[in-house]
Design a protein around this ligand. Structure first.
Ligand code: SF4
Length: 461
């Protein structure tokens, strides 16, 4: 890396500028390369799904000479096919009729509710109860880990067009999770001995000011909860705004990480990289170096996404680059059943083939990665492959995480289905009526629903 470039980075000589539907037409590369029709499409789609890019993504990551095939352009700029045609037509007709903002927003809200805003039962079954009340701004699906949604971290430096947390960014209020009240969260954790991990998530918690991150971290340290061991931060900042860690604010963030480590916590940055192109700039390399130098472990994860990274060579290159930079490849996910899933999904079989071929082409050090995995209602289901048992072709699956931890690591089998792209499109093999976990899952849901019903009745009386 050139010393001058690094010096410039450490001086914090970079100003963040976001581009949204309100100003993207002024981006010089948009003016030069996009047609008026393409600009119109972006406006229409981003009336429904969130759209945000920034000057780093635009200037350093996108190849504008071939932007229609560029993975990072597709990752951040919407296009017509990302809405179903009837939804696109509805909004487009409203624009043609010069409908008012409110009318367009009303139509957008209705469409958003059709797009499965909280997949995998997040709002219904993941919000825990404490002292008879739902705990705001957290999810507790797996025994050991609580997801914490800090209110100040519910945005990202840019938005992924496939985003599975898109409801956090739209105006529809009843679709969001968020809280500032970490004291309540810590009290909940203190009362649950099996929780060892807290995951700050969003949005992107790394959009928060360093001093806010430091305040949250200080509260965690002061709470002295003996069973809370691992502090994780889910973030795409290394890919979308790596200057997060190289400027003055970054010094405070790194100082806060260091404080956790000095107090005996394991700190993990769960980095989100979708393509090896995101790992090549001077800024991302310097940020990775700074984060690692304070003892934080960086683990990388991404979904496999049509039109962005649905090719094994991309994954092999990405995992290889991650290992070279000291990052641990962690997960390949299946794209979730929400938002523009129809545009981005690939079949489970194709995802498994991409994983297998990439895995065969990397060093053993990169084979820390797991997947492909579906984060679905019952848990994280790993697609292990295709096999033939007693003459029947089957898909072999197992839980990596489950609403009941007894399910973890037990293989189970689905009928071979080359087109399925989600668990609800699979059927049990061997003429079984149900998958082994389904009865118990219903019991878990019944118990949760009964508890919620009781709370509703109490609050009505
Ligand atoms: S970084 Fe994560 S939360 Fe943010 S837009 Fe992308 S997928 Fe959504």
């Amino acid at each position: 890396m050139q010393t001058q470039e690094v010096d410039k980075l450490l001086d914090g000589d970079f100003r963040y500028k976001s581009f949204t539907v309100n100003n993207f037409e002024k981006i010089p590369q948009v003016i030069e390369h996009l047609t008026p029709e393409e600009i119109e499409e972006i406006k229409i789609v981003s009336s429904v799904l969130p759209f945000k890019a920034n000057n780093y993504v635009v200037d350093e990551l996108i190849n504008w000479h071939n932007f229609r095939n560029d993975p990072i352009f597709n990752l951040t700029f919407p296009n017509k096919q990302m809405l179903k045609s009837r939804h696109y037509k509805l909004i487009s007709d409203l624009y043609k009729r010069s409908a008012g903002k409110e009318q367009i927003e009303d139509a957008a809200i209705k469409i958003r509710h059709e797009l499965n805003p909280h997949p995998a039962g997040q709002s219904k079954y993941n919000v825990p109860l404490h002292k008879g009340k739902p705990v705001e701004g957290i999810q507790h699906k797996y025994d050991h880990t609580v997801l914490f949604f800090p209110r100040q971290g519910q945005t990202c430096h840019a938005y992924c067009t496939f985003c599975f947390r898109w409801p956090q960014f739209v105006k529809t209020k009843d679709l969001k999770f968020a809280t500032k009240d970490i004291d309540n969260v810590l009290e909940y954790i203190r009362n649950h001995n099996d929780i060892s991990d807290i995951l700050f998530t969003g949005g992107d918690p790394m959009v928060m000011a360093g001093k806010v991150i430091d305040q949250y971290i200080t509260k965690i340290i002061n709470a002295k909860i003996p069973h809370l061991k691992n502090i994780r931060f889910g973030s795409k900042s290394l890919a979308y705004w790596p200057y997060t860690f190289t400027n003055k604010n970054g010094e405070i963030i790194l100082g806060a990480f260091k404080k956790l480590i000095d107090n005996g916590y394991h700190v993990a940055l769960m980095a989100h990289f979708n393509h090896y192109k995101e790992l090549n700039t001077v800024a991302v390399k310097k940020s990775i170096e700074l984060i690692r130098s304070c003892g934080v472990v960086i683990r990388a994860q991404s979904p496999v996404i049509r039109n962005i990274n649905d090719n094994y060579e991309i994954w092999a290159k990405m995992w290889t680059k991650e290992v070279e930079l000291g990052i641990i490849p962690y997960y390949m996910f299946i794209i979730r059943d929400t938002g523009a899933q129809h545009y981005f999904n690939i079949s489970l079989i194709k995802a498994w083939e991409i994983f297998r071929d990439a895995y065969q082409n990397v060093t053993g050090l990169a084979r820390t990665v797991r997947g492909p995995s579906m984060s679905c209602e019952p848990g994280k289901i790993h697609i292990l492959g295709v096999s033939e048992i007693k003459g029947e072709k089957v898909i072999v699956l197992r839980f990596l995480q489950g609403r009941n931890s007894d399910w973890i690591h037990k293989p189970f089998f689905a009928k071979y289905n080359p087109n399925a792209s989600w668990i609800d499109e699979l059927e049990p093999a061997f003429d079984e009526e149900r998958f082994f976990y389904q009865d118990e899952l219903e019991e878990i849901y019944d118990i949760k629903e009964m508890k919620y019903l009781k709370i509703e009745q109490i609050s009505k009386n």
